[in-house]
Design a protein around this ligand. Structure first.
Ligand SMILES: Cc1cc2nc3c(=O)[nH]c(=O)nc-3n(C[C@H](O)[C@H](O)[C@H](O)COP(=O)(O)OP(=O)(O)OC[C@H]3O[C@@H](n4cnc5c(N)ncnc54)[C@H](O)[C@@H]3O)c2cc1C
Length: 462
């Protein structure tokens, strides 16, 4: 049996960074990845990169050929090809970076635990003779997450049902795309397909749109999406799906009054969240525990219930972002080689962004949260149209909002719904994390014309 200093299960974001750092310290590292189509992980293959590329393409498509389905379809096919080219480039680059290191061996196969220090690699699932075992001193689980498929009649039998992993492989632009779920993935796909000219209807079981977001910003966003031909039906509990001659019918009830509805589309995206990916791992054989939410139990250093087995990225549950998987790898490295001071508790508040058009980004508390916690607060709002750069970019839709503690003058939270919001929020995050008062952003010298200088205006009121 081959022995390694480290076995990394999953060639995902956190895992590949860890592999490179460990190998550079002369550790012998084995990386096991179940699918060559997933070299480099979710982000570059089916997550952040392909979706943001397609949203960018859709923004062009919308400006050029709105309401011309034939022309939009052609642009959609071209956009898919450009997206595929980029994904292939990044995947190859990732493999090159990993396998170029003599201390790293990449194994194709599905990993499962045999015991606490031994992992079986199965080349073809189900065929024992095509498997072998590896032993590792330290083992890192980085198996990511997988879409949650809700228990809806007809869902698994339909040929028109897709997940975010599969929809971008379908070369036909839907005329009417139905989406179940209005979280970040649902909204980003809605933006993308509406941009290419599809009618989009989102069925959301909850009664509040983006329940964790700032109420004012969420309402503003919902109105903006409506203007872009994206209809959001709240309280919509989907019961069954039926394929028809040329599409799919969703049967749902309005949870507020029980009224039944039927809605027809030609493709349906399931966007009801993701869950940690643990299929085939046989964690019980290594005595690695799972919590009630179905995620691997980790301590603040990311060690599982077995100290030499660690878990990083989506599989450890909680918020699932590419940048948290990266930070997880930093925390592990800090505990292996550094001062052991890093922890998953020292990185809050964590910003997030939803890439609609315009996008929304948020950090810290919402107004509702701040009031509930009893902070003395002052609020400032700025319409995106007040920022000259939004006008030069011809995207004046949106609203910026900040919440400041009146006693300490520290920024408690900020929600930005405007063009470039995913970039701008990093400036606010930097101010919050370095303990700046709101005056720091009010008086900061930003370039002109830029969306950043909008922060001067947003924080002027404090
Ligand atoms: C549509 C979509 C859009 C997203 N957009 C964003 C975004 O804009 N910004 C952002 O920050 N995040 C985004 N995310 C989330 C982000 O992609 C993930 O949080 C991140 O990629 C998770 O990385 P990871 O390190 O946990 O593992 P992953 O990158 O998911 O890698 C896990 C790897 O493990 C492999 N694997 C699984 N089981 C086994 C096994 N038993 N044996 C061997 N290999 C195995 C898988 O094939 C996979 O390659 C998006 C996700 C999706 C789905």
């Amino acid at each position: 049996m081959k022995r390694y200093d480290a076995i990394i299960i999953g060639f995902g974001k956190g895992g590949k960074l860890l592999a490179a750092e460990l190998a550079n310290r002369n550790w012998k590292v084995a990386v096991i990845e179940r699918s060559p189509e997933m070299y480099g992980g979710t982000c570059i293959n089916v997550g952040c990169i392909p979706t943001k590329t397609m949203i960018h393409e859709a923004e062009f498509a919308e400006r050029i050929y709105q309401d011309d389905y034939i022309k939009q379809s052609k642009l959609y096919s071209l956009a898919l090809k450009r997206k595929d080219k980029l994904v292939t480039f990044l995947r190859e680059k990732n493999v090159e970076n990993l396998t170029g290191n003599p201390n790293i061996t990449l194994y194709d196969g599905t990993a499962s635990f045999v015991c606490e220090d031994t992992v079986k690699v199965t080349l073809t699932p189900g065929k024992d003779e095509e498997s072998f075992e590896l032993e590792g001193k330290e083992i890192f689980i980085n198996t990511g997450s997988t879409p949650i498929l809700p228990d809806i009649d007809g869902l698994r039998d339909s040929k028109y049902v897709y997940t975010s992993d599969t929809l971008l492989h379908a070369d036909v632009l839907p005329q009417h795309l139905l989406i179940i779920g209005s979280g970040a993935i649902g909204l980003e796909f809605a933006t993308m397909y509406a941009g290419f000219g599809s009618k989009v209807t989102i069925l959301e079981a909850g009664k509040r749109f983006l329940p964790k977001a700032d109420r004012e910003i969420a309402e503003y966003m919902q109105e903006s999406l409506k203007r872009k031909n994206i209809e959001i039906r709240l309280n919509a509990r989907v019961q069954s799906l039926h394929d028809t001659a040329d599409g799919i019918t969703a049967a749902y009830t309005d949870a507020s009054d029980g009224t039944p509805y039927f809605l027809e589309g030609d493709a349906l995206l399931i966007a009801t969240g993701r869950k940690p990916m643990m299929d085939d791992l046989h964690l019980e054989k290594a005595r690695v525990q799972i919590n009630a939410q179905g995620a691997i139990v980790v301590n603040e250093q990311l060690r599982t219930t077995v100290p030499h087995i660690w878990a990083l990225g989506d599989v450890r549950g909680g918020e699932m972002y590419d940048y948290l998987s990266i930070d997880d790898s930093r925390i592990i490295l800090n505990h292996l080689f550094g001062n052991k001071e890093r922890s998953i508790d020292d990185r809050n508040p964590v910003p997030y962004a939803i890439f609609t058009d315009p996008p929304m980004a948020h950090i810290g508390l919402t107004e509702e949260d701040a009031v509930k916690r009893g902070y003395p607060i002052k609020i400032s709002r700025l319409p995106a149209s007040a920022i000259p750069r939004a006008r030069t970019l011809q995207n004046m839709d949106g609203m910026l909002k900040a919440i400041v503690n009146t006693d300490t003058e520290k920024i408690l939270g900020c929600s930005l719904f405007c063009i470039n919001a995913p970039e701008l929020i990093n400036l606010v995050a930097f101010a919050i994390k370095t303990g700046q008062k709101s005056s720091a952003l009010r008086n900061f010298i930003f370039t002109h014309p830029s969306m950043s200088e909008g922060l001067n205006g947003l924080f002027k009121a404090f």
